[in-house]
Write a protein that binds this ligand. Sequence first.
Ligand code: 5CA
Ligand code: ZN
Length: 413
Amino acid sequence: MNSWATVAIPPLDRRFSLPELSLWDTASLGKRPLEKKELYRIYVCGITPYDATHLGHAATYLTFDLIHRYLLATGSRVKFVQNITDIDDPLLERAARDGQDWRELAQSQIDLFRGDMVNLHIIPPDHYIGVVEAMPLVESSIAKLSEAGTTYLVDDDLYFKVHSDSDFGSRSHLSQEKMLEIFSERGGDPARPGKQDPLDALLWLAHRPGEPSWPSRNGDGRPGWHIECCAIALNYLQPDESSATSIDIQGGGSDLIFPHHEMSAVQGKILEGREFASHYVHSGMIGLDGVKMSKSLGNLVFVSKLVAAGSDPMAIRWALMESHYSEDRSWSSQLLEEAEVWIIRLRASLSMMECAPTDGVIDEIIASQSDNLDTVRALRSIKDWIFASESGSSGSSAGELSRALDSLLGLAI
Ligand code: 5CA
Ligand code: ZN
């Protein structure tokens, strides 16, 4: 699948030194620095292409864009892969409800999503992969799991034994009761008769009448959700044999911690014989005016609609950075209005003939971002600099700060 337009990233002057990036890791329940590397491998779970792109999606992709930008600024390279869940129950259900072809629905939403990512200045993935186009490699990953003796059939559907990895549950830290509850809420089938363990995950669903299917060694059908991300990540990120883990970061929203990321990690561990990711990083959920933003409540705010109504995408970015990525947060129109004013003031200060000194604020942005992406602190330092410039502090030109805002925070002003 085509990705979207590349983003030009201005260089930071070499006199700024960047400490290693510390990130909260859901698995170890702590903030840990990413080991210094020449090349990082990042996988972020992409959209299921219906109802895109709402501000929850935007916030999550912004989080990983900030990580991407910081690592590039340190001089390292980043290999970045994202999937598209372009075949799954919710997509088929939505297409059936609206009397639309599922492929057309997916294509229209993917197109919308790409445009939103360009507007938001999100660095595109090196590989942007739909499950449908990845079917042969998903199927061969499933075959490897079978060869490893970790699968079984229930009727004609193939399941993965989650306890094949003795560390099952170690990335998500939930009680058995909680796992069962969330598993059913997120498309799992704990009560299906014939399963060896209620949490065992579907790998291949045999063809159902009226549904699309693909040929495989297990008969015609389609893949389960978790194996798609594991297979796409491992195939397109091409793990380095010398690393302790297959990839550096497995990312997405916190709604994916269980079962999705736990299951992908367990399957990835069986396939590669080592821990799947060094860091499991999760962005908090975005709500609207204090209520969770969800499809069922119909309270989604779309990036494309905001932009069509005249909102500045840089103000959307700024507004999302006003709170910490790891928290569940609420969006409001007031937040956006305030961000728009800050962007106008920032532009005005950056275009002064002389502005307040910039090295201090750039150092502060770097220190904030290196500490688990503390955007709240980074924006505070920018606001202080705006106040200083507006009050007549001078002595600098704004070019270096402009470049730092763009390269580190994606604020192309
Ligand atoms: N296709 C799967 C992942 S493989 C999926 O979860 N698709 S999604 O369209 O539902 O979500 C796309 C990404 O946005 C995921 O990383 C998800 O965790 C994140 N996301 C979804 N809703 C929100 C929200 N309200 N706030 C923050 N992030 C969200
Ligand atoms: Zn995923």
